[in-house]
Write a protein that binds this ligand. Structure first.
Ligand SMILES: NC(=O)c1ccc[n+]([C@@H]2O[C@H](COP(=O)([O-])OP(=O)(O)OC[C@H]3O[C@@H](n4cnc5c(N)ncnc54)[C@H](OP(=O)(O)O)[C@@H]3O)[C@@H](O)[C@H]2O)c1
Length: 234
């Protein structure tokens, strides 16, 4: 049966890769981003939406929705003393409260579709402490709490899971990957010695949104080249 998926953040990076993959699989995709994606497919309905705005202005959703993927997030890395309160508020707004607004707007439609599913985004830096990550790790820690709380509250009708990527080659990470040396150093930090590709995350997200994952909920999965769980030296 054709599924209908809402992808928030379908214009770039992991969300865009997930949209392409879902469309290729014959799913219908509703894409919400602030910019158009440039994707062309009869299965795509695209809307310009800013999730920082009040959810009452969101486009109307279909009465039944099989899945929601919420991708907006930040990589705001600064020493703790350089972080302003507005940095913490901005990261929390985008990663956590934006997801809350979208999920409150989609709850009824998700509950109307049997076997529906949500995928949110955390970061490896919640599980593994890393310097300069205080703001983003706090915001994404909230996303992990939301994932488990909603998974409990919405069981058995809606499954809720999150992915925790490490450094992935998307426009969001471009500043960290601006030279061959930086890319190589970024890859070498991972036990699997490579950067993440948007497709690595998109394929896992699509699996979690599919019926094949029907018995998986409340999980935060590291898709991180081994970064979150392994030490390969000493
Ligand atoms: N890339 C990494 O290394 C990495 C590492 C750890 C965690 N993550 C997490 O993985 C997720 C996906 O990251 P990514 O690298 O794919 O990011 P990305 O390339 O920046 O894509 C983010 C998407 O979210 C949309 N978006 C951003 N702000 C929005 C807003 N206010 N309203 C509506 N849409 C908005 C963007 O579209 P518009 O700009 O068109 O609105 C874009 O489509 C994020 O939550 C990120 O924190 C990424």
């Amino acid at each position: 049966m054709t599924k209908t998926l809402l992808i928030v953040g379908h214009s770039s990076g992991i969300g865009r890769a997930a949209a392409e993959r879902a469309l290729n699989a014959g799913w219908n995709v509703i894409g919400w981003s602030r910019r158009p994606s440039g994707l062309i497919s009869s299965g795509l309905s695209e809307f310009l939406v800013d999730v920082l705005q009040d959810g009452s202005g969101f486009p109307e959703l279909p009465s039944a929705l099989d899945g929601v993927l919420y991708a907006p997030g930040s990589i705001n890395l600064k020493p703790f003393r350089g972080l302003k309160i507005s940095d913490f508020q901005g990261d929390f707004e985008l990663s956590a409260l934006g997801a809350v607004r979208v999920l409150q707007a989609s709850e009824k439609s998700l509950k109307a579709a049997p076997g529906s599913s949500v995928v949110l985004f955390s970061t490896v830096a919640v599980q593994t402490g890393m310097p300069f990550h205080a703001s983003v790790a706090m915001a994404k820690g909230a996303v992990e709490g939301l994932t488990r709380s909603l998974a409990a509250e919405w069981a058995p009708s809606v499954r809720v899971n999150a992915l925790a990527p490490s450094l992935t080659d998307t426009p969001l990470a471009a500043r960290l990957l601006g030279s061959d040396e930086r890319r190589q150093a970024g890859a070498d930090r991972h036990p699997l010695k490579s950067l993440g590709r948007p497709e690595d995350l998109a394929s896992t997200a699509l699996f979690l949104l599919s019926d094949e994952a029907r018995w998986i909920t409340g999980q935060v999965w590291g898709v991180d080249g081994g970064m979150g769980a392994l030490r390969t030296q000493g």
